[in-house]
Write a protein that binds this ligand. Sequence first.
Ligand code: ATP
Ligand code: MG
Length: 406
Amino acid sequence: MIINIPKDVNRIITSLRQSGAKAYAVGGAVRDSILGRKINDWDVTTDFTADKVKEIFSDYRTVDTGIKHGTVTVIIDREPVEVTTFRIDGGYSDNRHPDTVTFTPRLEDDLERRDFTVNALAYNDSEGLIDLHGGLEDLKNGIIRCIGDPDRRFNEDGLRILRALRFASQLGFVIEENTAKSIVKNFALLGNISAERISKELFGLLGSQGAAKTIKEFPQVFSGILPELAPAFENSIDTAVQSLQKCDNIAEHRLAALIVIAGRTGDETLTGLKLSNAARNRIKTLVECAGIRLDTLNETAFLKKLGSLGKDASLDALSFLTSLYGTDRSVIEKAEKVFESGKCITVNQLAVSGKDITAFTGVTGKAVGDTLNALLDMVIENKTQNEKTALLNAAQTLDIRRNGND
Ligand code: ATP
Ligand code: MG
């Protein structure tokens, strides 16, 4: 079997080999090359220590990514390639990090510490594919299988449970029977794993084609990691699965759908997962827009909401809601046209400014903003033109009314 390794990665492998090292491309890139999938990044594994690797590539920029774990990143033509020394992971007393890592001269040891057979393939141009765990066969048959005893492997690192589901979901693979049984038995081990590691794998899973199917098969795992959303995985699992199938392959959309189905605000979930502010805000907006059914709002309320959300968030929410509820997608075009046309839907687009309001009506402070908002409502409701004189006159009537009420 021949795998096309990018020139730069091959240069690293060749230089290492010319210096007397063993060196192979390994892991996800080898797997995805064979599957003809898009490759994220290339990892190289070698028997040389990180210090020796740095010496060999002293003419290049290198980054000490994880020297303690044997990893140095070599940057060739701006492409970062992680080079890691063959290693054996020591005991895992906390189910999280190996207590120690031991470097080893044997490729076999390094492949054995890896999680799944399809992730334990090594390759270089001189030796071809090295497949000590039947990874190629599993790749051909679409199977995720632990290397060694699944119970032991999941107890070493609970995250592997979620990784198995993530790979199955992304690759459209099934999980081998013993591995699947062990997942059901051991999923509570995910309780020992940091929120950041869980979130990364969960997002990979939710953003992929097989998310609905995976959740249908292992609902208990998801109740375990997202306890506030348990209603979606327990009582409403069929609705949840159907809804997830309707969503695009976007993790934020799927998580928002689950929050909606569980009838939650999402606050605890989003805080618990320690998501970035961007992801958190995006999901909160989606949940909120589902609450008001932005996709079916009346004209005035719709325009006001587009104005307060802005273009990107509005279009994202409409795309989410029309998929989730199967509503007419022409509402997306309608929103696009509103934004393109420059139609007045925000106070910034009014033909008067706060200064104008103060100069003309004498109001100051918070009342200025209130006046502008009231004018915006009038413009959206077609009660006045967005034109300076008309707005100032309208402002005066508003102001009189307000003073009268005070
Ligand atoms: P992706 O394309 O999503 O990056 P990947 O297989 O490259 O998939 P990484 O998380 O980048 O996944 O890990 C690189 C390799 O390191 C894996 O292919 C696997 O061999 C090994 N690996 C990563 N995480 C673990 C783990 N928790 N336990 C055992 N081996 C692991
Ligand atoms: Mg990778």
